[in-house]
Write a protein that binds this ligand. Structure first.
Ligand code: GLA
Length: 723
């Protein structure tokens, strides 16, 4: 077992393949964190702080134990730990927020506990869980802390259950799934801020005294921030040094809270926070937090990322993940809303001629959806555009030799729709106030079971007998005026959390109803690029920004926390829809950051261009498995330079796909040395693109590449081991 409960020392030690995590129940009662880092036979408390410094102590234990000066495993509110708190529970009988949870016992077991309604990592034969049980006599509540180990990926997850065992109501006022105190050091924070069209921009900053909050209050994990963060030493590079990664398996509003205290101790937390969430627990009720995951590597940011990639592939993504993905042709940037049966059949023919596998019919096929101001909610095909209905249309698409995918946006409604006219109360809106619109739409209240019933019934009817291989599930606005007609006043702060439960329920329904259809997730691009969405979605549309130069930064940032197999990338011509991308080859090479697709009007392409695309796709098929399942290495950062270089490598190091991409413009630097640390020293590799031979040693030392206008400023090498 990787979990050791050392009863005589009151210690608990968790071991993954290459890391150790340790804690001690001080005075048999307070869980104090000892160590989290590379495997250690004897994890001891890195530092003991016992000065009192205006921090309260438990008098009966002597003056030396102040929670405020210790590495607390799971800090709760009110017992003199003045740092940010993980759990705040209000006793509604007295209105008091003070709790004092005392450790009672711990047990370990194979597998894991499920989290009701919320996706979490799948257990496999290596998965084990530690459960620690605490209680608080005054509130009569029981706290269960869970640590689930995914040892093969060096990932440990954290979540808790709070049970109201008393006779009066309690309210959870702050909910963080994970809290970790680390010794003072020169820590830096990596976070991934952004905006619509500019998701996951990488930012690295020193962590100084005070509190830093990375949060979304939008009801979605959002383009603007991402729950994934990293903490690394100032000297940590891609290949070397301490690196921690943290993430929350959740798609709604979240909070990552980072604090450095009076002693220089760093506290890192991730969870639901306190601004958009509270949870009422009536007697007998219990609540389980979403799962937070953490990883550590002493081999730098690159290896910590690869731990997260392995974890996501093995424990999060739907099982079809390693199967071949369709190379899709999407109608959006080609025609926007102007689609109909005839055009889509022609488009399907075009897709086939270019060697693509699937036509994805995007927005515009249903209700009175001719622009973005109407139709959402009315999920029946528009009779003028599809006079024979969907079944025969899709058969016709398939007769062209391609599969069929379709766009939906279940969570939304336009005020100009039959659905809204029939059920205005189903849209999220505050009582007696005009709701704010965004893209002319309102958010349906997914916390309302009647809304879920409507959606299930409607989609079941619309798609009955229609052969669909792929859904693109979109979500194009964030929540405002949050209020649920389905909840009583005292539960209104649960509305956006219960909304997510409804969304997850609908995802599960889709997967059960259409078990052979893959789901591609989208939220105005990559606005819900999170682990919970990845539980249901094999791919996520990385960004609405399909400008190849801008994409490099978005794609780079996305690789820190998430595997490339998820990152849907299209060769497209951002906002110049009808035209063929001027830099077709460059766009293709950028799009090789993830599963490939195309999104422009291929009907306007010359025979030569069609042949070029066909060749691209044939070539892509030869190394697709590396992009979907290989190990990924970042080499040159497009944030620090105007180039982006990375490589994929097979598990046995025999095949390596190296890409070097340079934004057009005035290059800051012309030549880069790209070192392939995974090349086998004594082997000979052939670059199948140029036919040139390289020794493994040469690749390890690094090959020099220069930005070359002749080669569209993009170089690719596909090294295959010869001997
Ligand atoms: C969002 C998506 C696009 C497209 C449109 C359709 O913006 O990100 O890819 O599907 O919606 O309205």
């Amino acid at each position: 077992m990787s979990i050791q409960i050392v009863r005589d020392k009151n210690q608990i030690i968790l071991k993954t393949k290459r890391t150790t995590y340790a804690m001690e129940m001080m005075y048999g009662r307070f869980p104090v964190h000892l160590y989290y880092g590379k495997s250690s036979p004897k994890p001891e408390l890195a530092i003991t702080i016992n000065h009192r410094s205006f921090s309260p102590n438990y008098e009966e234990l002597g003056r030396d134990f102040c929670p405020d000066n210790n590495f607390m495993e799971f800090p709760f509110f009110g017992n003199g730990d003045y740092r940010a708190t993980a759990l705040r529970v209000r006793d509604l009988k007295t209105g008091c927020d003070v709790t004092d949870y005392t450790y009672r016992r711990a047990k370990k077991f194979k597998g894991r506990c499920d989290i009701p309604g919320i996706p979490c990592g799948d257990a496999d034969e290596h998965t084990e869980t530690l459960e620690m049980i605490f209680d608080d006599e005054v509130t009569q509540s029981e706290l269960h802390l869970y640590y689930t180990l995914f040892p093969e990926c060096d990932v440990i997850s954290r979540y808790f259950t709070l049970i109201n065992k008393g006779d009066h109501d309690l309210q959870i006022e702050k909910c963080m799934s994970l809290s970790l105190d680390l010794p003072a050091s020169n820590w830096e924070l990596l976070s991934f801020h952004g905006a619509h069209n500019a998701e996951r921009q990488t930012q690295r900053e020193p962590i100084l005294h005070g509190v830093r909050r990375i949060a979304s209050r939008r009801g979605a994990s959002s383009h603007h921030s991402n729950p994934f963060i990293m903490v690394a030493d100032r000297k940590t590079t891609e290949e070397r040094g301490d690196a921690y990664g943290f993430n929350l398996v959740y798609s709604g509003s979240f909070l990552d809270e980072i604090e450095v205290d009076q002693n220089g101790t760093l506290r890192v937390m991730t969870g639901l926070g306190d601004e958009n969430f509270s949870m009422l627990l009536t007697p007998g009720e219990q609540f389980t937090s979403p799962e937070a995951v953490m990883t550590y590597s002493d081999k730098g940011l690159g290896e910590a990322s690869r731990n997260m990639h392995r974890f996501t592939r093995a424990h999060i993504l739907p099982p079809e993940v390693f199967e071949k993905r369709p190379v899709v042709l999407n109608s959006w940037e080609a025609f926007y809303f102007n689609i109909d049966e005839k055009l889509m059949i022609d488009f399907a023919k075009g897709a086939k001629e270019c060697g693509m596998d699937m036509l994805v019919m995007d927005d515009g096929w249903f209700g009175e959806r001719h622009k973005d101001n109407a139709g959402l909610g009315d999920w029946t095909p528009n009779a003028q555009k599809f006079p024979r209905g969907l079944t025969s249309f899709v058969e016709n698409v398939r007769a062209q030799g391609v599969k069929f995918g379709i766009w939906i946006e279940p969570e939304m409604v336009n005020p100009n729709s039959d659905l809204y006219r029939a059920h205005p109360e189903w849209a999220i809106q505050a009582p007696s106030r005009e709701p704010l619109q965004s893209r002319h739409q309102l958010v349906l209240d997914m916390a309302n079971p009647a809304v879920l019933d409507y959606l299930k019934t409607t989609y079941a009817k619309t798609f009955a007998g229609v052969h669909i291989d792929y859904f693109k599930w979109d979500m194009n606005r964030h929540m405002s005026n949050v209020y649920s007609n389905a909840l009583p006043p005292e539960r209104q702060k649960e509305a956006s959390f219960r909304y997510m439960l409804g969304v997850y329920e609908l995802f599960r329904w889709f997967r059960a109803q259409f078990p052979n259809a893959m789901i591609e997730n989208c939220s105005g691009g990559g606005g819900r690029y999170d682990l919970a969405m990845m539980k249901y979605s094999t791919q996520i549309w990385a960004s609405d920004n399909t400008h190849a130069d801008h994409r490099t930064r978005i794609q780079y940032g996305s690789t820190f926390g998430y595997p490339t197999s998820v990152m849907s990338c299209h060769v497209a011509n951002h906002k110049n829809s009808c035209e063929i991308p001027r830099r077709l080859e460059y766009s293709y090479r950028v799009a090789l950051g993830g599963p490939l697709g195309y999104e422009f009007n291929v009907l306007a392409a010359s025979e030569e261009t069609k042949a070029a695309m066909k060749k691209q796709i044939e070539e892509y098929r030869t190394y697709e498995d590396l992009i979907l399942g290989g190990d990924f290495y970042r080499l040159v950062s497009p944030i620090e330079t105007d180039c982006y270089a990375h490589y994929f490598v097979s598990e046995d190091n025999a095949r390596i796909l190296l890409s070097f991409l340079q934004n057009v413009g005035d290059p800051k630097q012309k030549a880069y040395k790209l070192k392939i640390s995974r090349a086998i020293l004594n082997a000979t590799y052939e670059d199948l693109r140029s036919g040139k031979l390289y020794s493994g040693e040469e690749l390890r030392r690094g090959i020099t590449v220069t930005a070359d206008p002749e080669d569209e400023y993009a170089k690719m090498f596909y090294f295959v081991k010869k001997s």
